[in-house]
Design a protein around this ligand. Structure first.
Ligand code: ADP
Length: 488
């Protein structure tokens, strides 16, 4: 099949979150499976033109404000033969930020910028004389692609279908109604294509309404976003489109995250010989200034410090679970994180108050790997989690996750059962400090009283397959389904 991914992010070129990794890894896996897959994304300032080739001639893209004259640069996605096209348009993308910057977190002209990106997909394909079977859009920035295909570009692409992936329903691209004309669409489509959202414009909503098929990043999240609790205002529409929506669990980069070869950890190991993990644990304790004692279980966490991640229930001053855990239990806790200021301050303060608690503030890839390898358990009590990567890394590293039963966490972790010693982690349902405290207590109990179970769970967790081959095959099936639904 011929597939064009239209995206605001793709690793390693431009990355704000997991979307970038997922797009690139999926493209690589589809390409390995024999599909002709290509990526279209903006050329932000961070992407140096010097290392890129340039498509000959300009690319004229029709927009609400007349034709935009753009240039297209090309390169290949590293470790693949996937072509990447970079849309170059100084007024739209000639800046450092993807969506915004420090002074302007959401650029005022984002509707125009991403309308241009989405519309350029069709101009580019014409220029290349390449008719994709599938236009694959990702999240709100390219959610206009299905709308344009159906309402403006159908004539030129009669055989193409559109697929929209929802990586995080929390971001929808919602703007004042007065911004609608910037999308270059007639007013009858404001209601007709599903843009209208409480008298505002919602880009993701229109994409969901107009795409031939929809995907999200885990089966549980696919169900949850159809409920009022986690539907972020779009649950009704998602229920309406239920038959066309599938949850496909993301894979992870199994080369970067492999304890047998990881270059960022001090010792290597696999399920048959875990002695390297013990060495990593000592290195972790040393690096964080904790007592080097292999008898104590180490609970690790690597996270954005955002409400979504359960940080209030973990660290909220005066009620979070972690201070009580550190005071009451023979355990050690290490955290690497950056985000909300109150939480960063609290982590620093806890590090000073408890000898068995240490945190590092900031984003640090090497420390993230060291924690995954050296910790015994991994804390991830998310409020919601579309897919989640860290729990999958943890399973691969034999670091048993402690998670709330939600989204991708529910789909990847299997709860411990002390009668049968089955499971790969520890789960709870209610996001409260009490539940976190009790579940950490349960894991600690198992650590001290059921060491054989812990070992068995580790080996089972490390045997799980999270490569991208399976999700890529599921996407190929979804593409085939989208083609049969084309224009329906
Ligand atoms: P989300 O995308 O919601 O932040 P995920 O678990 O899907 O959550 O992905 C988070 C990714 O970011 C993981 O690869 C994790 O290791 C990494 N990460 C998050 N915070 C940090 C940090 N402070 N230092 C290093 N890596 C981090």
């Amino acid at each position: 099949m011929k597939i064009l991914m239209v995206t605001s992010e793709a690793a390693p070129f431009a990355k704000a979150g997991g979307l970038a990794d997922a797009v690139s890894a999926l493209a690589r896996a589809l390409s390995r499976a024999g599909h002709d897959v290509r990526i279209l994304m903006p050329r932000y300032y961070g992407i140096d033109r010097v290392s890129l080739a340039r498509l000959e001639g300009p690319l004229a893209v029709p927009t609400a404000w007349g034709e935009a004259w753009t240039a297209v640069y090309t390169s290949a996605l590293p470790a693949s033969c996937v072509p990447v096209y970079f849309l170059d348009h100084e007024a739209s993308f000639g800046r450092d930020g993807i969506y915004g910057d420090k002074t302007e977190p959401d650029y005022a002209d984002n509707p125009r910028r991403f309308a241009l990106l989405s519309r350029s997909a069709f101009a580019l394909c014409r220029k290349l004389a390449w008719q994709p079977d599938i236009f694959h859009a990702h999240d709100w920035p390219s959610a206009l692609v299905p709308v344009y295909l159906r309402h403006l570009e159908r004539g030129g692409f009669p055989l193409s279908a559109s697929v929209l992936s929802i990586h995080n329903l929390g971001y929808q691209g919602v703007y004042g109604k007065d911004r609608y004309p910037e999308l270059g669409l007639p007013w009858e489509l404001f209601h007709g294509a599903g843009f209208e959202y409480y008298e505002r414009v919602n880009l993701l909503k229109a994409g969901i309404a107009q795409a031939d098929a929809l995907a999200t990043v885990s089966p549980s999240y696919a169900r949850e976003i159809q409920t009022p609790e986690l539907g972020a205002g779009l649950d009704g529409l998602l229920r309406h489109r239920s038959a066309d929506l599938v949850g496909i669990l993301n894979g992870v980069d199994v080369e970067d995250w492999d304890p047998a070869t990881d270059r960022l950890i001090p010792a290597h190991y696999d399920a048959s010989d875990l002695s390297g993990k013990a060495a990593c644990k000592r290195a972790l304790q040393r690096a964080f200034g904790l007592a080097e004692d292999d008898r104590l279980p180490v609970f690790g966490m690597v996270s954005r410090l955002a409400d979504q991640k359960g940080i209030a229930e973990l660290f909220g001053p005066g009620y979070g679970a972690v201070p009580a855990v550190c005071a009451d239990m023979a355990v050690q806790v290490v955290v690497q994180g950056a985000g909300e200021k109150w939480c960063e301050a609290e982590l620093v303060s806890l590090s000073a108050r408890y000898p068995n608690f240490r945190a590092r503030i900031g984003y640090n890839e090497a420390t993230a790997h060291l924690i995954e390898a050296g910790a015994d358990f991994f804390l991830m009590p998310s409020r919601y989690e579309p897919c989640g990567l860290n729990q999958m890394y943890s399973l691969r590293y034999g670091t048993l996750p402690i998670v709330r039963r939600t989204g991708g966490l529910a789909d990847t972790v299997e709860n411990y059962d002390e009668r049968t010693s089955s499971g790969t982690g520890f789960m709870f349902d209610d996001l409260t400090p009490r539940s976190i405290y009790d579940t950490v207590g349960w894991a600690t109990w198992a650590w001290y009283n059921r060491p054989a179970h812990i070992l068995e769970m580790r080996r089972r967790a490390m045997a799980r397959d999270f490569s991208w081959e399976r999700p890529a095959a599921e996407y190929a099936k979804l593409y085939a389904r989208a083609l049969t639904r084309r224009g329906a």
